[in-house]
Design a binder for this molecule. Structure first.
Ligand SMILES: *[C@@H]1O[C@H](CO)[C@@H](O)[C@H](O)[C@H]1NC(C)=O
Ligand SMILES: CC(=O)N[C@H]1CO[C@H](CO)[C@@H](O)[C@@H]1O
Length: 514
């Protein structure tokens, strides 16, 4: 993409791991598609440190003359000023009871962002090309308008899940009915939602609660941006894209799924070595090599991978039943485990939370690997022995799984996860749901039956795997660019960049007329 003069894009991700990672990936892709751009990711100090740590060893950021560059800007933020524990800068570190206060505190980033944009404008003699902000930072549209730049919203989720999330918060349909099932504005009648699919915060919302008072204005402002970017591909979510577009009535570019290049290589690997970077940059509970050695011993599609993401854990009684079901199923598994709800999620794991002797037995008979805290997820999913993923259905996990053709067993917990789960079942046919959230009890015997069904080579399990394989091919086609052949997501990215470049020309010609 050409550039007569320098172009600057400022990115404002929300302070949560699941948002920071796709924003960084977006920055990397814009860098790759352009020359002469600077992409500045602005966040609080610890989040910037974290982002830098994930790329410090990666050559993709270093730049020779003319190449686009990625920069970081620290926004001052002291959690102590908002009665939050010291150094609370990411949802990962926020106690559940204070998560609402953390969201509210994030509104105070507006002033430092204003200063950042003004400084860039003064230094470069022209306002940034655009601000790309998280939907939770709706205030960024006001900043953009007053500082003569363009506001773009980037949802790190998919089309269907994001639409459900924003429409539910804006209209609270469940608050206006007594019935368990209801329609959601933007979705056709056939996609009725159920009260049990709502997070307890949303279930309790009445428009006057802390959560509604945060989300309603921020989402409404984001809907006044010039356009939205979404972390999905037109081909994998044709229905989601159609209803999302109809709802927001703004330009919508599907530029995803944003995954490391190495995740999208043609052949699936057996050693896992083709995916060398660990996306989250977190300390692993097991050396990747050990994981692969173990996976190499298993048959293709025979291993169930279990992880509930960076933010979630399950109840102690659920953990016990899940372990019983796994053992009874006799299927191989890798389980990324954290202390159950009510305990420090980053604390020591106690063996009393699992059936007596569980870890020793499954290690001894080679049925499974129990991994503390973090595992090399994308590498595990890319291994041919991995046959299914028991997941919380966070969008990053969903696209990682589907990019490797791995079907999903859903256990949605929070955010828009249960809408993702619904879409995976009803629109894609690549998933079945084990349960939802932490309220419901599960029973070992039922867990066993569902695992057997999902891991089955035939029947419903086989069908889900086949469909997941089709989605994998669609993802690869969407993000491909070889020579002149560009996939739909690559084209959408170019369309988006052209849009903001043209928008600048218009703005500048208006200024000249004045
Ligand atoms: C944050 O504020 C607290 C209380 O005013 C202060 O003690 C602390 O040093 C501040 N932290 C930083 C990093 O400025
Ligand atoms: C709230 C706000 O600033 N909205 C602006 C977003 O961008 C469009 C198009 O540039 C403007 O018309 C809006 O005013």
């Amino acid at each position: 993409m050409g550039s007569d003069h320098h172009h600057h894009i400022v990115m404002l991700p929300f302070m949560a791991l699941g948002h920071l990672i796709p924003f960084l990936e977006l920055a990397k892709q814009i860098k790759q598609r352009t020359t002469g751009f600077t992409i500045t990711i602005a966040s609080t100090s610890l989040n910037i440190q974290y982002l830098q740590s994930t790329i410090s060893s990666s050559s993709s950021i270093s730049s020779s003359s003319g190449e686009s560059t990625i920069d970081f800007a620290v926004l001052p933020f002291n959690s102590s000023d908002y009665a939050l524990p010291p150094n609370t800068e990411n949802t990962e570190n926020v106690p559940l009871t204070e998560i609402g206060e953390f969201f509210s505190a994030s509104l105070n980033l507006e002033a430092p962002v204003r200063k950042l944009i003004a400084d860039i404008t003064a230094r470069e003699g022209t306002a940034p090309l655009c601000i790309i902000s998280d939907p939770f930072f709706g205030w960024a549209t006001n900043v953009a308008e007053s500082l003569n730049t363009v506001n773009i919203t980037f949802t790190t989720g998919g089309a269907y899940g994001t639409l459900a999330y924003i429409s539910l918060w804006l209209h609270l349909p469940h608050f206006h009915t007594d019935s368990e099932e209801f329609t959601v504005l933007g979705f056709p009648e056939r996609c009725r939602f159920h009260r049990s699919q709502l997070h307890p915060f949303m279930r309790a919302a009445n428009g006057k609660d802390l959560w509604s008072r945060f989300f309603q204005p921020q989402i409404s402002l984001s809907l006044k941006s010039s356009g939205w970017l979404t972390n999905t591909a037109e081909e994998i979510e044709p229905f989601g894209m159609e209803i999302f577009r109809n709802y927001i009535k703004l330009p919508l570019w599907s530029i995803g799924p944003l995954l490391p290049q190495s995740a999208l290589k043609k052949s699936s690997s057996t050693s896992g070595s083709s995916i060398s970077t660990q996306r989250t940059g977190k300390k692993l509970g097991i050396p990747a090599e050990e994981c692969f050695q173990w996976l190499n011993l298993q048959r293709p599609n025979s291993v169930l991978y279990i992880s509930f993401g960076s933010q979630n854990t399950i109840r102690a009684t659920q953990m016990m039943e899940l372990a019983k079901g796994l053992e009874k199923s006799e299927k191989n598994f890798i389980w990324v485990i954290r202390p159950p709800l009510g305990f420090d999620i980053k604390g020591e794991f106690r063996s009393e939370w699992l059936p007596e002797g569980f870890e020793e037995r499954v290690r001894g008979n080679k049925q499974g690997l129990v991994v503390r805290n973090w595992a090399p997820q994308l590498e595990i999913l890319s291994h041919e022995s991995t046959g299914a993923f028991l997941s919380h259905c966070g969008w990053n996990s969903v696209v990682e799984s589907l990019s490797q053709g791995v079907p999903i067993m859903g256990w949605p917990m929070a955010a828009e996860q249960s809408y993702n789960s619904k879409m995976l079942m009803e629109e894609m046919g690549v998933s079945v749901e084990l349960t939802r959230g932490v309220q419901n009890e599960i029973v070992g015997e039922k867990v066993k039956e569902l695992i057997e069904m999902v891991m089955d080579e035939n029947g419903k399990g086989g069908e889900m795997r086949k469909k997941a394989g089709e989605i994998r091919e669609k993802i690869r086609a969407a993000v491909r660019y070889e020579g002149n052949e560009a996939g739909s997501s690559v084209k959408a990215m170019d369309d988006f960049l052209n849009y903001v470049l043209e928008n600048r020309q218009e703005r500048e010609s208006k200024i000249q007329v004045v």
